[in-house]
Design a protein around this ligand. Structure first.
Ligand code: PLP
Length: 352
């Protein structure tokens, strides 16, 4: 704390990203990165960007990338917004579309960046409790609000809201924006992007960090009808006109164009997840049904923090959230390679 800080900064409680350890040889299952590298086409596109053109600013509108995303979903480029990771996209969404007199609604157990953006932009919010099975119940959101946002599948639970339920929400909630954060949808969900042309209040966000194995490139995007996207462009051009550098634009365009690779790697992760869930259940763990590249699991009667600490002694890092109290016995474990998950199960067998 310093007397030079603004009032807003004095009141902030920033997001705590998962650890990026400096130690080598750790099995890193804590931040939901993809265990497989990006597509060859992406690496080639990045190499092709190394050259004299780096002295020039990148395209401020990322036109090529937005055209590729639009084509993939049958949308038009004015229905696509891109940003420096979906975290940046989400920040602009909170300021541009969710800051209203009424509070924004999101689950009590969800991506912990949402309340942080509310703090930064001074947006009122209400946290809607998940039900007893750690599910989002759409009925709990059918009330006046300044906007609704949740990930689908949700994080850190991994649980999926069926598409028909999202549509029921959209039919009932027409007066404010509904944001579906589809960071993990490629690992087992069905995207609701295809509802965009029917629902002017629907915005869907995506990231290349997880399913496209590009967390290091920082690219995310939002899709929605043009007036919603225009709001995000107004925020962007009041903040940073060049959020995606030349590498990010070239690499992301190649990634979007190589759907086959992404689908194959997601398929491998899903197969590994299925096997991991069975092995953990055999050890006595309760594992929530996951449609994501991570699982949320607890061993009844044991503290999640304690098991996570014991895993760390064996060079395996997973994520533990001490709050809220009802998830303190859970661990969120990223699905790694078959070999990494076998090592995890082996370590858990010794610990429990
Ligand atoms: C990882 C994650 C993001 C952020 O992704 P980036 O594109 O890497 O910023 C957004 N939402 C949820 C729910 C996530 O888990």
């Amino acid at each position: 704390m310093s007397r030079y800080w603004s009032k807003v900064v004095q009141g902030l409680t920033p997001y705590m990203p998962g650890e990026q350890p400096k130690l080598p040889n750790l099995v890193k299952l804590n931040t939901n990165e993809n265990p497989y590298g990006p597509s060859r086409q992406v690496l080639d596109a990045l190499r092709a960007e190394v050259g004299d053109t780096l002295r020039l600013y990148p395209d401020p509108g990322s036109d090529q990338l937005r055209a590729a995303i639009a084509k993939r979903y049958g949308l038009t480029p004015p229905q696509v917004f891109v940003g420096n990771g979906s975290d940046e996209v989400l920040a602009h969404v909170f300021l541009g579309l969710l800051k209203h007199a009424r509070p924004v609604l999101f689950p009590d157990i969800t991506y912990s960046f949402y309340p942080v953006y509310c703090g930064l932009y001074e947006i009122g919010f209400e946290q809607v409790p998940l039900n007893a099975n750690f599910e989002i119940d759409i009925n709990d959101y059918l009330r006046p609000n300044g906007g609704i946002i949740f990930p689908n599948p949700n994080a850190p639970t991994g649980r999926l809201v069926p598409l028909a339920e999202i549509e029921r929400l959209l039919k009932a909630n027409t007066e404010s924006v509904v944001v579906i954060d589809e960071a993990y949808v490629d690992f087992g969900g069905t995207s609701c992007v295809y509802l965009i042309n029917q629902y002017p209040q629907l915005l869907v966000t995506h990231t290349l960090s997880k399913s496209h194995a590009l967390a290091g490139l920082r690219v995310g995007y939002a899709t929605g009808q043009a007036p919603l996207i225009e709001a995000l462009n107004r925020v962007k051009d009041s903040f940073n006109s060049y959020p995606l550098d030349r590498f990010a634009q070239a690499g992301a365009t190649a990634a979007i164009g190589d759907d086959a690779y992404c689908a194959a790697m997601c398929g491998k992760v899903v197969a590994t997840r299925t096997a991991l869930v069975a092995e953990m259940q055999a050890l006595g763990f309760e594992v929530l049904p996951s449609a994501a590249n991570f699982i949320f699991a607890r061993l009844p009667g044991r503290d999640g923090a304690e098991i996570a600490a014991k895993l760390r002694e064996r060079s395996i890092i997973v994520r533990h959230f001490s709050k809220p109290a009802r998830i303190a016995d859970f661990m969120r474990i990223t699905v790694g390679t078959d070999e990494q998950c076998a090592g995890l199960v082996d370590a858990l067998r010794k610990i429990v």
